[in-house]
Design a binder for this molecule. Structure first.
Ligand code: PGA
Length: 242
């Protein structure tokens, strides 16, 4: 299975910057690459990528298909704009928009109705980690965020410890591997074909640490924030996958 390298641009860049970044990305035969720009720049990024193998995704979607939901964007609109993936349940959505895991599961269903692949984010806070609750937190987030009957082929799980996001603090490779193995084991029972679900690591991934993380057996790719905004560094991460 090819590694999946995802750039989460969050609420950064302007139109010209998004275009410039997209134009400088170098796809690789050995990895699948996905970029998730802010909604207003989906079109310019799609046009800039042209027929490149780099895929387009979004950072969130509504749980509703359409209607009176001021400010929201539906999964159908994302599919219409050429998105193949959507990130759901990112910790910044959980933290700043009070999204619950059950709420995330409704968004997963909405995305699947439009055949979007979903990247469901889970991760413990620093406090949970210090108190030894990491596995319990991840287990609950997985159980509540994944709707019944989800097929493994449409699901990617991203493990992002909240304390590692944007901080430069990264768990050891042993910790990442053992947490990913725990997640995989726990997916057994929640979905069929759990062996084929891709589990990404996210949190302060950069050009220097990407290779050692991507080499871990249960790491099927990375979800990259800050370092995905610099073309050279993101290209280095893409190259580290092969
Ligand atoms: P970071 O963000 O790479 O800047 O730590 C990762 C993420 O939030 O997806």
């Amino acid at each position: 299975m090819k590694k999946l390298i995802v750039g989460n641009w969050k609420m950064n860049l302007n139109q010209a910057g998004a275009k410039e970044l997209a134009s400088r990305l170098q796809p690789s035969e050995r990895a699948e690459v996905l970029v998730c720009p802010p909604y207003p720049y989906l079109q310019v990024v799609r046009e800039t990528l042209g027929d490149s193998s780099i895929m387009l995704g979004a950072q969130d979607c509504s749980q509703a298909d359409n209607g009176a939901h001021t400010g929201d964007v539906s999964a159908g609109m994302l599919a219409d704009m050429g998105c193949e993936y959507v990130i759901l349940g990112h910790s910044e959505r959980r933290q700043f928009h009070h999204e619950t895991s059950y709420g995330v599961s409704f968004k997963v269903m909405a995305a699947r109705r439009q055949n979007l692949e979903v990247i469901v984010c889970i991760g413990e806070t620093d406090g949970d980690n210090q108190e030894g609750y990491t596995q319990a937190v991840l287990q609950t987030q997985l159980e509540e965020s994944l709707p019944d009957g989800l097929s493994a082929s449409s699901l990617v799980v991203a493990y992002e410890p909240v304390w590692a996001i944007g901080t430069g603090r990264v768990p050891s490779t042993e910790e990442i591997e053992s947490t990913h193995a725990f997640i995989r084991e726990h997916l057994n029972g929640l979905t069929a074909d759990f062996d084929s679900i891709r589990i990404l690591y996210g949190g302060s991934v950069n050009g220097k640490n990407a290779k050692s993380i991507l080499e871990l057996p249960n790491v099927d790719g990375v979800l990259v924030g800050g370092s995905s905004l610099k073309a050279d560094e993101f290209n280095q991460i893409i190259a580290a996958a092969g």
